[in-house]
Design a protein. Sequence first.
Length: 129
Amino acid sequence: MVGLGKFLLECPFLWDHPNLTSLTAEKIVAILEAPHQDVDSVNEESDFVDVEGYQPLYSSLASSQKLEDDPLIAIKDAAPYTAQTLAAFVQANPGKLRVLLGAMNEGSAKGLAALLAQQGVNFQALLSA
């Protein structure tokens, strides 16, 4: 999720194509609005389909060496991080929020506004930036 947000905010190519920008933003909003499932609560028996050859590959992956340093360890929750980085981006790039909202579907645009408000970001102030 954090990577998708960074992609949206740091890829100049994306901002040259409003339809791609809006689709990316809509997916971010959808992910952040979706109910969270605790990773520990995943039931491997019912949540995964057994595909021939999958088990040996999964076992190989599961027993592979773990990353020692997680570059995103400081980010505990993607929603506040995304809201703060979007706010900083909009303040540094006046007019981009209006372009983004103009290309997004109405439901996602309202979801983005609600998400920002939940995280304490003044949406109206961002619009005037």
